[in-house]
Design a binder for this molecule. Structure first.
Ligand code: 2NL
Length: 352
């Protein structure tokens, strides 16, 4: 075998080996599914003792003529393999990152184990209790913002510019047109703007008035309710509210006394027979035998008009009550301020 032949043979053989390595790597790359496997392959081919590195070393045995030709092929194949491995690395790292992220997802909807020390505030408990009675009677529960427009808080409710509650002394104004809501009624205005009759809804929540003494706090809680449809009458009001009061206090006598609210006509105050003296007269009922429980009435047509309801086609009744007052009656609490003193000796008595 002469040298020339041998060199030709060597050159041809190397070409074959390099191309075979290229094919081998291409096939292996399709089978690899992890970054670890790919890193191993990279070392096996391109590493210091790798297959391609070995082949490159063997080039010194080639003739002067063949060396640049095979050298170019080897460089091309090295670039090809490097690019393929780099691209596959990006792809696999992406897939593994996604998998890690999905494996690490924590189910934040699982309920906490509880520490045994937390409990519901008596106002929250009372609000839930009252709300549930209305839910049982088919009422929807709605909420709304505590910062309201003067339109939603006053104008839409037929409360005139001259009404004392609109005074800067009585209401927390943010600016000319924005107030801390003084009642939950604006939630009902929003509800009517969004929905069509018939409906029945309640809206419990925080309300604000500039008032502070033994029987008033600047923030307190209300629940109002509204039922609108064709032929809703004062009889419906009496039936629903009497049922409600019986569920709160047990079977009790009730009475309705005429009253005035700008947003209802006619309007009434609803009383229940005193839960302590059963009508005989005591300190709680100031010897009247009755406790004021809520205000109510038939929605004034002006209010219906303000939300573009046809007052000739639909009518409704509305009511509003103070949650603090009902919580005090339910739990025999005699000082309103106890709710907001945050005295643990008071709060710990309520084991809800
Ligand atoms: C009270 C009296 C009341 C209402 C609230 C109401 C709401 C709309 C329309 C008509 Cl959108 N009325 N709410 C009606 C009567 C009485 O609350 O003394 N609350 C503590």
């Amino acid at each position: 075998m002469n040298i020339e032949y041998c060199e030709k043979f060597l050159g041809g053989k190397m070409r074959e080996i390099i191309n075979a390595l290229k094919d081998e790597v291409a096939t292996n790359l399709t089978l690899i599914i992890s970054v670890k496997e790919l890193e191993d392959l990279k070392i096996e081919i391109l590493g210091k003792k790798g297959k391609l590195t070995d082949i490159m070393k063997g080039m010194r045995n080639l003739s002067k003529e063949e060396r640049p030709v095979i050298g170019q092929l080897a460089n091309e194949v090295r670039d090809f393999i490097t690019n393929e491995i780099d691209a596959k690395m990006i792809e696999l790292k992406g897939i593994e990152k996604l998998k890690r992220m999905s494996d690490e997802i924590i189910d934040i909807t699982l309920p906490g184990r509880g520490t045994g020390t937390g409990r519901l505030h008596p106002i929250t408990e009372t609000m839930d209790f009252l709300k549930d009675i209305f839910i049982e009677m088919g009422f929807d529960v709605a909420a709304g913002p505590e910062l309201e427009t003067t339109f939603n808080n006053f104008d839409a409710l037929n409360i005139p510019e001259t009404h004392s509650s609109r005074d800067l002394q009585d209401t927390f104004y943010i600016d000319n047109k924005t107030v801390l809501r003084t009642h939950t009624s604006p939630v009902q205005i929003r509800y009517m703007q969004d929905k069509t009759a018939p409906f029945r809804m309640v809206c419990p929540g925080k309300v604000y008035r500039s008032d502070y003494d033994v029987s008033h706090t600047p923030m307190f809680h209300q629940m109002e309710g509204l039922m609108v449809g064709e032929n809703i009458s004062f009889a419906n009001l009496k039936a629903i509210l009497t049922e409600f009061v019986n569920k709160v206090f047990g079977e009790t006598n009730v009475r309705f006394r005429p009253h005035f609210f700008p947003f209802t006509e006619p309007s009434a105050e609803m009383d229940v027979e005193c839960v302590i003296c059963k009508g005989k007269g005591c300190r709680l009922c100031k010897n009247t035998g009755w406790l004021e429980i809520m205000g109510c009435g038939m929605v004034d047509p002006e209010v219906l008009k303000s939300v573009d309801y046809d007052a000739d086609k639909v009518s409704g009744f509305a009511f509003g009550m103070g949650i603090e007052r009902i919580a005090m009656l339910r739990h025999g609490i005699d000082d309103l301020r106890a709710f907001y003193d945050n005295d643990m000796r008071f709060l710990k008595q309520f084991n809800f």
